[in-house]
Design a protein around this ligand. Structure first.
Ligand code: 3HC
Length: 694
């Protein structure tokens, strides 16, 4: 291809010519976000096309890893700089010459809106498209909620806008969002396409299309049906409803009125607290990948093969992450029966995913084909990374690491999946403590996104970098934690559990405590969580030794959902109901311990279970066990389902105001007794009017 005219400029947008097609190229690394200079450049390029009679068609494309990945999020909250994105998209759509979007990588948010402003869209097969604004607590605000249903249909627009999920180019093509899928040189294909369509008039303008709205116009009940079907998923979030309302407006009103509704809804979300929290979280998640005090030129170690010790629930789940990413796994167990059971469960999990259409049979076989089960420890020797996932018992772990030290090749990374134990103590048993790291997966390990990477005192920088990069490869979000009991997540869970249990004795019920947490936005409360995980976890297993409510429940086999009874009673469909037996046990214990039961209000539950978590988070920070407050938030959102629209415990504390948190804790200090002590950092920050997060 020969460029005829070049217009070199410092703008991220440049133009070049191929025959009578004007090629508009964006070069704005890393993701071609639509910042002010890009917006200005796009408008100028369209003006250039309009002003030049020899231009018959336009192609818009991007350099680098991706087509426009959306508005520039770093501009949010700052004074607006013209031209606005909606104006840019309108300018493109109103161009009197056909404009073709050439899409590779990801066309996201404002990027997809630019593509929708184009008259035609051509994409490579591995491109993906989406409107992830909902994940930032927003809606596509540059005409996206009005054009997308007109191009892809109302149902597809509802799904895409409220989930924020990307669709493949193939699926996008099937719904009419892509006009042509191409292989090979994208620009050449896009130019060829532009040549084909350059004389076709009228131009297909997304905003003028109506045919795909007809079905919803005839049956507006689809909106309420959609709301009902997704009520659980949307619980607590404001943005999904605003997205639905905007699409409803697209159906009910002419385009010119629909975009006004879209703008009003967008501005409402933008000025709300949820969007602020979700935007904060977007950057928090990306910041978590960055490790302090590591030389910039640190290179990761290659990991081509992974070993997993233990084929139980955890070991199996951990293995699946690597298999799904195409990395071979050797899994070790002590006996054939346990090995068969473990690999059987993995296969069953994959097949369940396939039965929901989220995997093909071929993909299941490919993943399982990468698995080598073994009873021979020596088979692990050539693995680049080994993850131990056995009982939480120090002597068992030490025994395993001693054996690993003997058999593993030099340079192999030795990881423990421990959720509480001291990594330094485990590392010290080996002759290579610099190769030892904690990789704490969360259950179910093949699903939960969080990975705590525990940095031991002697863990080598390249081991840490390898862990962080590998996490991304297996689609986890990794957070670095220091060595302390329970690391970040479980350590903060402890004060919550202690106070929640004391509140029961003092007069609250499990239902009340759980309700407060669910209303706050957590997926479940502390007692629902105990029942799900198993009340017997960590129990001493001596039914005659009853020292607290939990011992009493375990002694009578109330181990949680798996036994049909725990803090709640469960029916055969695992539906919970309050248990009179549990209530009696609680009251008996209170009487025995001389606790006077009283009415507990919800505010006290918030202060004693959530404010205490913030206090523990502050201690974690002041001890340097987390690199930054936002890392703690990432742990809680991805590991425990803290509602992302509240940003995470530290962001939430900031938004409440730290003096309010301190005041609440002071109110409860006496009741919490010796279980509680203030974090110095929290007190200091509250006094100075500072925040944990920026
Ligand atoms: N604005 C500003 N910066 C962005 C950005 C955006 N839209 N998207 C990504 N970045 C930055 C990241 O912060 C990161 O910066 P860092 O290197 O300093 O940490 C860098 O680009 C690379 O991002 P990732 O680490 O996420 O790179 P990946 O390759 O893993 O993923 C991606 C690429 C899929 C494009 C991912 O970055 C992504 O999902 N981006 C956000 C897309 C989005 O939300 N778009 C909608 C924006 S809102 C909008 O368009 C409103 C409109 O409707 C009006």
């Amino acid at each position: 291809m020969t460029d005829v005219i070049d217009t070199p400029t410092i703008s991220p947008i440049s133009t070049s010519r191929h025959g009578d097609v004007l090629i508009v190229t964006s070069n704005n690394p890393p993701v071609n976000a639509l910042g002010a200079a890009v917006r200005r450049g796009l408008v100028a390029a369209i003006e250039e096309a309009e002003g030049d009679d020899s231009v018959k068609a336009v192609v818009i494309r991007c350099e680098g890893q991706t087509f426009f990945a959306g508005a520039d999020i770093t501009e949010f909250g700052k004074p607006p700089v013209m031209p606005w994105l909606p104006t840019v998209v309108d300018t493109i759509e109103n161009c009197s010459k056909p404009v073709v979007a050439a899409i590779h990588g990801t066309a996201l948010g404002g990027g997809l809106e630019v593509a929708l402003g184009c008259h035609y869209r051509v994409a490579v097969r591995d491109a993906r498209l989406g409107v992830p604004e909902v994940k930032l607590g927003l809606l596509p605000g540059a005409g996206g909620t009005q054009r997308l249903p007109r191009v892809a249909g109302v149902q597809k627009a509802l799904e895409m806008c409220t989930s924020g999920a990307m669709v493949s180019a193939k699926d996008a093509c099937a719904v009419g969002l892509i006009d042509r899928l191409v292989d090979g040189e994208l620009v050449q294909h896009a130019v060829a396409y532009a040549e084909e369509v350059k004389n076709i008039r009228p131009l297909p303008r997304s905003s003028e299309r109506d045919e795909k709205l007809a079905e919803a116009r005839a049956n507006p009940a689809i909106f309420d049906e959609f709301r009902k079907a997704n009520a659980r998923k949307f619980r607590g979030f404001e943005a999904p409803e605003a997205n639905i309302k905007a699409i409803e407006a697209a159906v009910a009103k002419p385009y010119a009125e629909g975009v006004i509704d879209e703008r009003n809804l967008f501005m409402g979300l933008m000025s709300g607290t949820q969007s602020r929290a979700q935007q904060y979280f977007f950057f928090a998640e990306r910041k978590a990948a960055k490790i302090d005090n590591i030389p910039d030129d640190t290179k990761p170690r290659p990991v081509k093969k992974v070993g997993v010790i233990g084929a139980g629930t955890m070991g199996g789940g951990i293995s699946m992450n690597f298999l799904s990413a195409g990395i071979p796994v050797t899994i070790f167990e002590m006996n054939q029966e346990a090995l068969d059971r473990g690999t059987g469960v993995m296969r069953k999990n994959y097949e369940a995913t396939a039965s929901k259409g989220r995997m093909t049979g071929e993909q299941v076989e490919r993943a399982m084909g990468l698995l080598t089960p073994t009873l021979d420890f020596a088979d692990l020797a050539d693995c680049d990374l080994i993850i131990e996932a056995v009982f939480e018992q120090m002597d068992v772990k030490k025994d395993i690491f001693t054996r690993l030290d003997e058999v593993m090749k030099p340079g192999a990374i030795l990881a423990s999946n421990t959720s509480y134990l001291n990594i330094d103590e485990i590392a010290a048993i080996t002759s290579r403590p610099e190769d030892v790291v904690g990789l704490h997966f969360f259950s179910p390990a093949n699903i939960m996104k969080l990975l705590e990477v525990v940095r031991g005192a002697r863990t080598a920088p390249d081991v840490l970098i390898t862990a962080m990069q590998l996490a991304k490869k297996i689609r986890k979000v990794a957070v670095v934690a220091g060595v302390c009991h329970g690391f970040i997540g479980n350590r903060m869970l402890m004060p919550r559990q202690i106070e929640a249990t004391k509140l029961l004795l003092e007069g609250a019920t499990p239902e009340q405590v759980d309700r407060v947490h669910v209303e706050f936005g957590m997926p479940m409360g502390p007692f629902q969580m105990a029942d799900l995980a198993g009340v017997d976890i960590g129990w001493h297993r001596d039914p005659s030794r009853i020292e607290n409510v939990r011992d009493a429940l375990c002694a009578i086999d109330r181990w949680g959902q798996k036994k049909g009874a725990g803090f709640y009673d469960y029916d055969d469909k695992r539906r919970p109901s309050p248990s009179p037996v549990v209530q009696q046990i609680i009251e008996d214990f209170a009487a025995k311990q001389g606790v006077t039961r009283r009415q507990i209000d919800d505010e006290e539950i918030v202060e004693r279970t959530l404010y205490t978590m913030v206090n523990e988070g502050a201690k974690i920070l002041e001890e340097g066990m987390a690199q930054r407050a936002s890392d703690i938030d990432v742990v809680w959102v991805y590991g425990y389902g803290w509602p992302v629209y509240r940003g995470g415990p530290m962001f939430w504390a900031d938004s409440q105001g730290l003096p309010k948190i301190v005041e609440g804790l002071k109110r409860q200090e006496q009741r919490m007794g010796s279980d509680f002590s203030f974090s110095r950092l929290l007190l200091d920050k509250a006094e100075k009017g500072e925040k944990f997060t920026r």
